[in-house]
Structure formats: C-alpha cells, structure tokens
Design a protein around this ligand. Structure first.
Ligand code: ASP
Length: 590
C-alpha cells in the first residue's frame, strides 16, 4: 500500500517482521481497555485489527482515554513485539503492538445505539437504521465481502464459458414474471409509466435476436411483493441466455457454475456429484414440493388404492370422490412419546389446515389410530410400499391431490428438520417438465401461463396441440439446492404463430399481444432464433454458501420487512414540484 498522511500500513498487516518500524495507521476505535496510565486500543479497518498502546501520562497523548468507541483516529508509533504471554494467536497481527507516539482524532463518534464490538445481536430495525455501524460488525463485514467475491467469481466463470456481459434498461415496459411491477411515471409522456424490470427477460431474448450468442448480466430486478425473509423488493440475478441450444446445454452451463461456486466457497462442504433431473409431477408426488430438499431421507408414497378398498370409510369414500392418500414416513419415530404424535397432528391442523392426520406406528407392536381400521395385510402392504421397518411410523394425509401434495411436503420437511439437516451438505437437483399452463379461476379461459409466456411448450412448435392445455408441458426447468430454488429458466418460443396460439389459449387476442408484447412479436417476424436461458438468485446462493437464513444479512442496504429504508427515509413524500412535473395526483386512501 502506498504510504500517505493517513497510513503506511493497514490494520491487518503488521507482523513480527515489522518490529522496530515506524508506522502510521488509521481506523476506528474498536475497543479500548484502560489499565491506569496505559490505554490499549484495538484499532480496526477493513483489513483487520491492530493493538495500539497509549501512555496517557505523556502530555502529548493525554485525553485520548476519553475517546469513544467507533471514533476514527490516525496513530503514529513504532511496532514492538508483544510479550510471549500476551500473544494473540487468533489474529494475524497478534504478535505485535504499536506504541503510540502521536494520535490525531479525525472524527469523533457519539454514544453508539448498539455495540460494534462483540457479536451481540440487536434489534433489526435499529441495525437497519444505523446500517453503516451494523456493516462494521465482523460478521456483516465478512458477509458483504464474501458476497462480493462470489459475484466476482460468477462473472469470471461466465466469461470463461464464453459469455459476454450486457447491460439492459432499468426504465422499461412491464415484464411478464407475474409479480407486481414497480412503476415510474413519465414526465415527458403524460399518463404513461415505465416499469422497473422484474427481470431482463425480453431484453435478453432480443439480445439473442440481435445476433449475439451468449449473454449474461448480474442484473438488478424489482418485484413489488410482500416481504419475507426469503424475499427482497430489489435483488440481483445472474441472468443468462444462449442461442441455438437445447435444455441440456443450458443446464450444463448452470451446473458448471453452481458446482464451481460451491467448491470454491464452501470447500469443506459435502457436495453430491449426482445432480438428478426430477419431473415436476414426480417432485410433487415424492417430495410434495417443486423445490425438494434431497438431504431429507424421506419419500412420500401414494397409497390411495389401498385405502380405497379398506373398511376405513372416511378415507375410502374420500378417495372414491377424487381425494388421494399420501403416506409420509417418519423414520425412527416409533418410540417417540404420545405428545410428539399429538404435536404433529396439531401442526397439521393449525399450520396445514388439515382436518386431522392418521398414523401407524411400527413399534414392537403395530399401533396407532389408522392401524385398527385396516387389515393386517393392508398395513403390511403400506409398510412395504413405503419401505419402512420396525422403529418407524407413517403419517397419512387424505385430501384433494394439490392440497395433499403440499401438506405431505410440509410434513416431510418438518420430519427432515427434526432428524437434522446439515447446512454443509449440498444436494442439487433439477425439476423439469413443468406444466405450461395453470388453472386460474379468475382468467377468462380458466387457465394462465404457468411461468413465462415466452416459454416454449414441449413438442413441435409448428403443430401445437392445445386440446388439453393443462396437460401441456413446458421446456421449463428449475435448479434447486437444499430445498431452495436457486435458478429457473427455460427454452423460449420463437415462432409468431405459436405465440398467438398460446396467448389465445389464455384469452389474449392478437391486439393484446401487439400492444403489450409488440416488440417481441415483431422481432419474431424477422428471424428470431431458438434460445434458452436461466436466472439464478444471487442472494439466495450467497445465503446457502454462508448458511445465513436471511437475505438481509448478506445485503448491504436492504429495506425492512415493510419495504422501508429507515436510514435514508424511503419511501418518502415527494415535493409538490416533482408531482406536478410527473403529472401525478395521489388518490385518497380507501
Ligand atoms: N426471467 C426468468 C426469471 O426471472 C428466468 C429465465 O427464464 O431465464 O425467473
């Protein structure tokens, strides 16, 4: 580092090799300890901490003891070796200390709203209001620098795989990701708005139609959704698109990238080499989720047929009228106390909205409310089909297929978490063959696009069969790691006639297509190419690599859970002049 008036070295740099040198360091007063006459200051900067010893009996250093933590100072002094008894092996500078000759106070700190030193957690609202203090804390500082390194590595890996980096507009037209847009009123065009991109989806396809081949971008995306710990109003995607590709080509690139990141940033973790492709239907059946956590050693099993023929009339009748029975094994639970079974039932009622849960316990004897209603042969068939043995139990959900799948999935997850999931074990999978359309009671034709209206249905684009739209599958794939959707993408439609047909199926005529997606529709008339791509959630991947549960812990300046930035005061009331220029008048709140 170039020496200047503030520093000759950083606070993380000095070692025994520097003993005897005269140095200048600048940083924050991390911690101070007053040993009567001798003051020890831990001086901190981005790079580390160096212990400074101040003899406050010296007139030129008198008064330094009054300085508050987090004040910023410049210290000049000489490097001395610490006594062997007080060497701190935990930090790189632990063998030395700097004996201060002069100290200059650059900026004093007020009394702190919370401690920067130590790892005591304070309330999140306070941390967000004083985020610059919060980010000085060791864990947060580390998280942000870690995130930066992950992003650099993503970028390098993409360039290495032959992609080039583009920028696309932030002020754009509404995009089709299905969330709510943030809109920006136009000053020049009265009554018109821009939409902030939910993703650069249309842009990246148009980049391919412009003759570029492999696009990527670390793209800011904006979605006006209700916030949870796994959502932010604005977030970053590693967004990519490729021309003349099949599904496996895109998947290959993404696997390379994600496996590379896990290997680099979680080197001690156990990463499973096998990355299975699971169909959406199978995922919903076996795991009750389209983002299955494969670390959980439990598979849900359909046992509707066994119950249909049983004397357990509640289930039998339900199955006859369209319900299904899903069995969720709970390994090693047979000797759990009765209260555990009661709590599981309570969870099913209060959290999953189920009327109840039946179960069979395979202990020394086979018992439980359901066992009594079945023949020994039926119980044995269920046991064999579920692959359980003595020591386990099985819970049953009887509901309409969609509800049963999700409820069974949540129970599977609960049992998995009770068994214990290792955050340092990574299991990646692909979920493929999503339905192209979904049932949607509110829409004109009773169906809506499942994912992306520009997605490509499976099969022959020129001869689309839309006779049973809900059975149509999309060339759509999600990348899932440890139960989190880390990426989603698909192959795209590029055929204008197919585009009209697909939009028609959900009730949008050619006029709507031309009005809302005219840019894409017209581009399709001039030689559009088959493309495919995917977008990965940058924050989600960083969280998984760091084992941080909350996206805000790896984001420098997130909003709070109500979408407010308490530090900068947004959103706030605009000036009257701004409203006038943007032709806006607020409606009365209703
Ligand atoms: N634009 C999609 C999304 O944001 C990703 C893709 O299909 O490439 O989920």
């Amino acid at each position: 580092m170039q020496s200047n008036i503030y520093r000759s070295h950083t606070c993380g740099e000095l070692t025994a090799a520097n003993v005897g040198a005269s140095v200048t360091l600048s940083g924050w007063v991390h911690r101070k300890r007053d040993h009567g006459g001798l003051l020890f200051i831990d001086l901190r900067d981005n790079y580390g901490i160096t212990q400074v010893v101040v003899d406050i009996t010296k007139p030129e250093l008198a008064g330094v003891e009054k300085i508050r933590p987090e004040s910023v100072i410049t210290v000049s002094g000489s490097v001395v070796a610490r006594d062997s008894a007080v060497i701190n092996a935990k930090i790189p500078t632990g063998e030395i200390e700097v004996v201060a000759v002069a100290i200059k106070i650059l900026a004093e700190s007020e009394v702190l709203p919370f401690q920067v030193f130590g790892d005591e957690e304070s309330n999140e609202e306070l941390r967000l209001k004083y985020r610059y203090l919060d980010l000085r804390r060791e864990r947060m500082h580390h998280n942000i620098l870690f995130r930066n390194r992950v992003i650099k590595s993503m970028r390098d890996k993409m360039w290495d795989m032959g992609f080039s980096e583009f920028q696309t507009p932030i002020l754009g037209a509404t995009s089709p990701e299905g969330a709510r847009d943030f809109i920006v009123p136009s000053r020049l065009h009265h009554g018109h708005v821009y939409a902030l991109p939910q993703s650069p989806q249309q842009w990246k396809q148009l980049i391919q139609y412009s003759g570029f081949d492999r696009y990527f971008q670390i793209a800011p995306c904006f979605r006006d959704e209700d916030l949870r710990s796994d959502r932010l109003l604005e977030f970053y995607q590693l967004d990519l698109e490729m021309s003349f590709v099949e599904q496996e080509d895109v998947m290959g690139v993404c696997e390379n990238l994600l496996v590379g990141l896990v290997t680099e940033f979680a080197p001690t973790a156990k990463l499973h080499a096998d990355i299975p492709r699971i169909t959406y239907d199978d995922a919903m059946l076996k795991y009750g989720s389209d983002k299955p956590d494969l670390r959980i050693p439990i598979e849900i099993v359909d046992v509707s047929d066994i119950f249909r023929d049983s004397d357990f009339t509640i289930f039998a009748d339900a199955v006859k009228s369209g319900a299904v029975v899903r069995a969720i094994p709970a390994p090693g639970s047979s000797d759990k106390p009765r209260s555990w079974f009661d709590k599981t039932e309570e969870f099913a009622k209060t959290e999953l909205g189920l009327a109840g849960l039946g179960y069979i316990v395979f202990g020394i004897e086979t018992k439980g409310p359901i066992a009594k209603k079945l023949t020994a042969g039926q119980v044995e068939s269920i046991r064999v089909r579920c692959g359980v043995s003595v020591g386990d139990s099985i819970f049953f959900v009887c509901e309409q297929p969609g509800i049963a799948a999700k409820a069974a999935g949540k129970l599977r997850k609960r049992f998995g978490e009770e068994i214990g999931l290792d955050p340092k074990e990574f299991k990646i999978c692909w979920v493929v063959d999503f339905p192209f359309f979904e049932a949607d009671e509110e829409s004109e034709k009773g169906i809506m696009f499942g994912h992306n209206p520009f997605g490509r249905p499976q099969g022959d684009l020129q001869n689309l069969d839309l006779s049973e739209p809900l059975k149509l599958k999309a060339a759509q794939y999600d990348m899932v790691m440890n139960g989190e959707e880390v990426g989603g993408g698909g192959l795209r439609n590029y055929d204008p006639a197919a585009m009209l047909k697909l939009f028609e199926a959900v009730g949008y005529g050619e006029d709507v297509v031309r009005e809302k997606f005219g840019g894409m529709y017209t581009a399709f008339q001039y030689g559009a190419v088959p493309t495919g791509g995917l977008a990965m959630g940058v924050e989600r991947i960083v969280c998984l690599l760091l084992d941080e549960p909350n996206l805000r812990e790896i984001t420098a300046f997130p909003t709070n859970q109500r979408g407010q930035d308490l530090m900068m005061g947004s959103p706030n009331t605009p000036f009257e002049k701004q409203l006038r220029e943007a032709h806006i008048q607020f409606r009365k709140k209703n």
